[in-house]
Design a protein around this ligand. Structure first.
Ligand code: DOR
Ligand code: ZN
Length: 363
């Protein structure tokens, strides 16, 4: 076994035994609430310094007060030896008061507002019905430098589910950015070549997160030879040319693309049913799988920027000081975890993962 630093890497032609990077952050995460936190919080806090916590609870998190109360519930489940810092978001509704954005700007741990088109995904019924309705609050956000996080899919019945992200960019996002060029925008969990090209073509105020499941899979993985409900998520997996474009973006070293798992657990009965919920529970192996992925793509030197630097820089947060180390030791992902007393099936359930987090965090 030997230590591993980015400078030294150039000397190695073979797979290293250890990979050490600056502690990463997860810039897009669903923790859920109540007893689910017992599972979701340690799954993320074991390795990530910070996480942007999504507000799509029932009811949604629409005020700074609700966000701070939710944060306190999350912290109750934080292991004592962890300094995990959950960064909270507000759920944008048609009538969110611009004063709430002003309140947000005075709270260090509430950092962004999330736009869900009404009905686009899990718990989004009270999302935005028309972008014009939120111009006043968006204008305030642009003024205060508050990032707008977007679930980028339109919801009209006649738009094919595989085209919804592309149409969102054309009809909602591009005009929005033209109207508010100073607005900081993160297109979350991008799934298409169109999104990659759009984000690349925009100013440094526009960035995107990329999940591990959209890097590892395309729609064939979900649909060929039988339907795999645990790979069903939104925006839905696309064809392989889109996956290839996401891979290129993640490995490019561009600071516009950074890590956001969109880890989103649903219980096994909610997934394995005639109308299953959208979401992949990836937190228990997120950094391990990103590491394996970058390694297999021969791009390990690009992992640290993507996982640990670019998101912090975009949000204007300090980069983490601690390091984490992964060991090249295969382990088997359990078939299931418990969400309270109901099972939930993680990404790579029952499969082997080649990288394992080394317990002791180096400072
Ligand atoms: O797959 C998804 N699951 N996509 C989303 O946009 C929401 C998330 C959830 O909350 O389950
Ligand atoms: Zn999400």
């Amino acid at each position: 076994k030997f230590g591993y630093t980015w400078e030294k890497r150039k000397d190695f032609m073979t797979t290293p035994e250890l990979v050490t990077i600056t502690k990463p952050d997860d810039w897009h995460l669903h923790l859920r609430d109540e007893i689910a936190l017992e599972t979701t919080v340690p799954a993320t806090s074991r390795v990530f310094g910070r996480a942007i916590v999504m507000p799509n609870l029932k009811p949604p998190v629409t005020t700074v007060k609700m966000a701070l109360d939710y944060r306190a519930r999350i912290l109750e489940y934080k292991p004592l030896n962890s300094n995990f810092n959950p960064l909270m978001t507000l759920f944008l509704t048609d009538n969110l008061d611009p004063d709430e954005a002003v309140r947000l700007s005075t709270e260090e741990s509430v950092v962004a507002i999330k736009y869900y088109p009404s009905g686009a995904t899990t718990n989004s019924d009270t999302g935005v019905t028309d972008i014009k309705n939120v111009y006043p609050v968006v204008e305030k956000m642009a003024e205060l430098g508050i990032p707008l996080l977007l679930h980028g899919e339109v919801t009209e019945d006649h738009i094919d589910i595989f085209d919804r992200e592309k149409v969102f960019i054309e009809t909602i996002l591009a005009p929005l950015i033209e109207r508010y060029p100073e607005l900081k925008v993160i297109l979350e969990h991008i799934t298409t070549k169109d999104s990659v090209e759009f984000v690349e073509s925009q100013s440094s105020n526009v960035a995107a997160t990329i999940t591990i499941h959209h890097l590892l899979y395309n729609r064939n993985d979900m649909l060929v030879g039988g339907i795999r409900p645990h790979l069903y998520c939104l925006p839905v997996l696309k064809r392989n040319i889109h996956q290839a474009s996401l891979i290129k973006a993640a490995l490019s070293g561009s600071p516009k693309f950074f890590l956001g798992t969109d880890s989103a657990p649903h219980t096994k009965p909610e997934k394995e049913t005639s109308c299953g919920c959208a979401g992949v529970f990836s937190a228990p192996a997120a950094i391990e799988l990103y590491t394996q992925f970058f390694m297999e793509q021969n791009s390990l030197s690009k992992l640290e920027g993507f996982a640990s630097f670019f998101g912090a820089d975009f949000y204007g947060q300090p980069r983490n000081q601690e390091k984490i180390t992964l060991e090249n030791i295969p382990w088997r992902m359990p078939d299931q975890y418990q969400l309270g007393d109901v099972p939930t099936v993680p990404i790579f359930a029952g499969q082997t993962i080649n990288w394992r987090l080394k317990d002791d965090i180096e400072t």
